[in-house]
Design a protein around this ligand. Structure first.
Ligand SMILES: Cc1cc2nc3c(=O)[nH]c(=O)nc-3n(C[C@H](O)[C@H](O)[C@H](O)COP(=O)(O)OP(=O)(O)OC[C@H]3O[C@@H](n4cnc5c(N)ncnc54)[C@H](O)[C@@H]3O)c2cc1C
Length: 390
């Protein structure tokens, strides 16, 4: 290979580029990113950075003095891919002809169809989004968060820390219920309530009100929630629109084998945009979490350098962490696979506990809340063999 083009200059793209170099690739390396910024870390955008405890410089993903010997094409989007020719067309009218291509274009925050063009309404995916939201939170008094996924719950917690009046509207039974299941989600909801977040589960938003600037959120039951800032946290969709006519197989993401190889040899996909095949489940899945991108980058690089032969390896259960208020939430596995869940350490009312999810006798997932040491032991067990910790 003489030229590898990495599209998406963020976590997955940077780590795959690094892995290519570490695995001996010495050819031309081109990194294309549509943001103007050098690669930065997204998790703090809803936490420490939003709270003002971290600066933009603290978000840098590159090490000081790190030299990848790469051509950086920042502020330029890939607009099309000819997969057979391995040519990436760019928004500035140029193109990159490559022998290998890494697709790492991540995900894009889903928008609320009824949001219109009102100012004061935010999604949170990029550094620019976080700058704009931070500025609005500094001025704002009443925040309504729509959506109780990780980003929504984290923004709600951060905004409470900043002293705002916060309401979180969630269509399901409780925030995070889709990931941790309803009983444990209720325990996490209690944390938010205790810290003053008003939770409205089972509520559907029908309209954002305001004239130029948002002044409230209307629910299906007619309730009007006054707001001067609104955050829409209703998930993200894989950024694959630019690949529609590429010839690659697409679904909920770029469809890949279990080592990141796409339907076209010489092209791999990694990170939030990639749906890798999971032999345990017999289907493709995207993992929209930091550790997923980190763990898979070296596998994708190896697949690319090996010429498309999938290198299979045992699949690790997906791991997620989240910081809300002063609480560290960690989760590994699939709650949906479990028949039972039991609290095995601590007390959910005290906000330090560990819960184990089991299918029959077999642990299939673990939730830790301010239980880092014990959770780490369980995590090791689930990643090696699903047996119980003594
Ligand atoms: C606010 C927030 C908080 C989070 N907190 C956590 C957390 O606590 N724990 C956790 O595990 N995970 C968290 N995540 C998820 C984690 O950050 C992502 O899983 C990770 O960023 C995925 O990396 P990626 O490189 O695949 O995608 P991204 O980080 O989305 O990067 C993709 C890059 O590609 C660029 N791009 C897109 N299209 C094009 C194109 N056509 N041409 C060129 N460039 C393009 C994008 O602009 C972006 O820079 C959080 C995410 C957000 C947004």
């Amino acid at each position: 290979m003489n030229t590898v083009c990495v599209v998406g200059a963020s976590l997955a793209g940077l780590l795959t580029a690094r892995a290519l170099r570490a695995q001996g690739y010495q050819g031309r390396l081109v990194l294309v990113g549509d943001e103007q910024h050098r690669p930065y870390d997204r998790p703090p955008l809803s936490k420490d950075f939003l709270r003002g405890d971290l600066s933009e410089a603290d978000l840098a993903l590159e090490g000081e003095g790190e030299e990848l010997d790469a051509e950086w094409r920042l502020g330029v989007a890939a607009v099309a891919l000819d997969a057979r020719q391995r040519r990436v067309e760019l928004s500035d009218g140029t193109s990159v002809q490559a022998d290998g291509i890494v697709i790492a274009t991540g995900a894009t925050a889903r928008r609320l169809p009824c949001a219109g063009e009102l100012t004061g309404v935010h999604t949170l995916r990029t550094l620019d989004d976080a700058r704009a939201l931070r500025a609005d939170l500094e001025q704002g008094r009443k925040l309504v968060v729509i959506g109780g996924g990780f980003v929504g719950a984290e923004v709600a917690a951060t905004a409470r820390d900043l002293g705002l009046d916060v309401t979180l509207v969630e269509s399901g039974p409780a925030p995070l219920a889709r990931v941790v299941g309803v009983p444990m989600a209720e325990a996490l909801a209690a944390l938010h309530r205790r810290r003053g977040v008003r939770l409205l589960p089972g509520s559907v938003v029908t309209e954002l009100t305001g004239d130029g600037r948002v002044d409230g959120v209307r629910l299906a039951d007619g309730t009007h929630l006054p707001a001067d800032v609104v955050v829409v946290g209703i998930g993200a969709v894989p950024t694959i629109d630019w690949l529609q006519d590429s010839g690659l197989e697409l679904g909920d993401g770029v469809l890949c084998d279990e080592a990141g190889g796409t339907s076209v040899p010489g092209i791999v996909a990694v990170g939030d945009c990639a749906a890798w095949y999971d032999p345990n489940q017999g289907s493709h899945h995207r993992i929209e979490h930091w550790t997923g991108a980190r763990q898979r980058a070296s596998v994708a690089a190896a697949t690319l350098l090996s010429g498309g032969t999938a290198r299979t390896e045992a699949r690790r259960p997906s791991y997620i962490w989240s910081d809300q208020f002063d609480v560290k939430i960690q989760f590994i596995g699939h709650a949906a696979d479990a028949d039972t869940v039991s609290v095995e350490e601590g007390d959910p009312a005290g906000h330090s506990f560990l819960a184990v999810y089991r299918q029959g006798d077999r642990p299939v997932a673990v939730l830790g809340v301010n239980q880092v040491r014990l959770f780490t032991r369980w995590r090791r067990q689930l990643e090696t063999a699903p047996v119980q910790v003594a």
